[in-house]
Write a protein that binds this ligand. Structure first.
Ligand code: HAM
Length: 517
């Protein structure tokens, strides 16, 4: 892709151009269409008593009043960028019964789900650190322009995008890679290459919901910036293998399908198909498994690929052995040589049995340029567990200088489904070391002092905050999996002591506060 000095020139979204120069007519149209009387979801469950009291709010005004208001706002602030700013939600004085479910495709994380998420994320983080990667993060809200790409990717149609109160087109990030590219360009020469960075962050895609695919998911990413060698891809796959092993998966449960986009490039080059069609062809091929073959042929044809080239492409894509690929493409091309190097490195890293060549893997994002890979479950029940590859030209599409780069994204949803399937989900219970209870209301302060002593010594304490019968306290101790029950009773406290009960053995004794640890 040619280097483009001004990334703004890349904005292809027709609506986006309108938003960049908001006109009065645009504002009027949007005001009319976007503003609703009630800010909340009106399910049948919503019983709104009548009459209702609304404070005066633009949402309650007619479209002509709105237009007048927008016009006066634009005069008030000198016609600057905030003229069409959205107004806050309407104030509803009546009591509203809300829908207690989170928006479709999103999740709440009550404690048991949060324990699982923390367990997963700490494995992501520990593996990244084992490989010497540094953690980074970006905002969940990014400029929409970051995700507007040419090749008709699915991810663009799934974008959660909107206009903020300052008339800027923004989007909830659907992936982390464009933000990473933005940060690398921003850092410029102030960072020394290679960069080995990882992130775990929430991503948003308006997806059709299937098992393991949600509208909101977390992605673990590891990326290496500044290494043109296949050693980088080999290192990244090694880190995912390490992660799989840590959580109890083996090479007979999961594997990696590996190919290179250069395979397709070499076939297209043989048929003198222009380079600029490459991204588009990759996107069509990526969807191949989900649609009838004739449909793929039709799409390739309308992209400008000749029938002869299509047949050759489809034949090459069915190859599952590197030796066969070498026979067809010859031994000297970059695709074959990169793949051979990767397989040879896999042997040295010790994960050969985890990877296999599969020419049909191209991945669905337009920016990949070389090796691509995806993690899959060998029973074939789930969608890709993770995916990644080399993207040596992404930076120049944002106006930066190209730097070789590769990385992967690993979602939090499919892996949990797989662990459930295999019975490998860890049992993660709440674990508090001590439960401390005052036996008398007057001793609440004494119990608090005991809790403080223990916490200062690094012991976790669930302090019983009200006067409760002992039966309740024992039940609570079992629920929080406490190891010790510490009772603060009057007679012991007079002697500067407390009673300790070891809950696993039933052993019971009294100790002084100094002896508590
Ligand atoms: P991706 O293949 O679009 O790549 O997504 C990577 C992984 O994120 C998928 O394999 C899956 O585990 C997870 N994922 C994606 N969409 C969803 C969803 N709707 N629900 C649940 N999980 C999902 C990328 O995003 C690239 N940016 C990865 C990358 C990083 N390439 C280089 N560096």
């Amino acid at each position: 892709m040619p280097a483009i000095a001004n990334p703004r020139l890349l904005i292809l979204h027709p609506r986006l151009n309108l938003y960049l120069k908001p006109s009065f007519a645009t504002m009027l149209f949007r005001s009319h269409h976007n503003f609703s009387l009630f800010p909340f979801n009106h399910s049948r469950k919503l019983a709104i008593p009548k009459p209702q009291l609304f404070s005066v709010n633009p949402r309650n005004l007619s479209s002509s009043q709105l237009a007048a208001e927008a016009h006066s706002n634009s005069r008030d602030n000198g016609g600057g960028g905030r003229s069409g700013a959205l107004s806050p939600p309407a104030i509803v004085e009546a009591i509203q019964k809300i829908d207690v479910n989170p928006p479709k495709g999103t999740r709440d994380f009550p404690p048991e789900e949060m324990r699982l998420r923390n367990w997963l994320f700490s494995n992501f983080k520990e593996v990244s650190q084992l490989f010497g990667f540094e953690e980074i993060d970006f905002p969940v809200l990014e400029s929409e322009a970051l995700y507007i790409r040419k090749a008709g990717e699915e991810i663009r149609d799934q974008l959660y995008c909107f206009e903020d109160r300052g008339n800027r087109r923004v989007a909830l990030r659907p992936e982390l890679t464009p933000s990473l590219a933005r940060l690398v360009i921003q850092k410029g020469k102030s960072v020394s290459l290679p960069l080995k960075w990882f992130a775990v962050g929430q991503c948003w895609r308006y997806e059709r919901m299937t098992r393991g695919r949600r509208r909101e998911h977390y992605q673990w990413n590891m990326d290496i910036i500044g290494v043109p060698e296949v050693t980088a891809e080999a290192e990244l796959i090694s880190s995912i293998v390490t992660f799989f092993k840590r959580i109890g998966l083996t090479a007979s449960d999961v594997g990696f399908k590996v190919s290179s986009r250069k395979v397709l490039q070499e076939v297209l080059r043989c048929y003198s198909i222009p380079e600029n069609l490459f991204g588009k062809v990759c996107i069509i091929i990526d969807k191949m498994e989900k649609i009838p073959m004739d449909e793929t042929r039709k799409e390739l044809k309308s992209a400008g690929i000749s029938e002869e080239a299509i047949e050759e492409l489809l034949q090459v894509l069915s190859i599952k052995s590197l030796t066969k690929l070498e026979e067809i493409l010859g031994p000297t091309g970059q695709a074959v040589s990169d793949l051979k190097q990767l397989f040879s490195l896999a042997e040295r890293f010790g994960y050969s049995e985890w990877i296999q060549f599969d020419a049909s893997v191209v991945r669905g994002l337009a920016y990949y340029t070389g090796i691509v890979f995806e993690g899959f479950d060998r029973e074939g029940k789930l969608r890709a567990i993770c995916g990644g590859g080399r993207y040596d030209q992404l930076l120049s599409t944002f106006g930066g200088d190209d730097i070789p780069a590769c990385g992967f994204g690993f979602g939090d949803a499919v892996i949990v489904e797989l662990l459930k399937e295999k019975g490998l989900l860890p049992e993660l219970n709440l674990q508090v070391e001590n439960i401390v209870c005052a036996l008398d209301h007057d001793l609440q302060g004494a119990a608090a002092a005991v809790a403080t002593i223990l916490r200062e010594k690094g012991q976790s304490v669930d302090l019983v905050l009200e006067n409760k019968p002992l039966k309740w306290v024992f039940k609570r101790a079992a629920r929080v999996n406490a190891q010790r029950l510490i009772l603060v009773g009057n007679s012991e406290w007079q002697k500067g002591m407390v009673s300790v009960k070891i809950l696993s053995s039933g052993e019971q004794y009294e100790i002084t506060l100094d002896e508590l640890e």
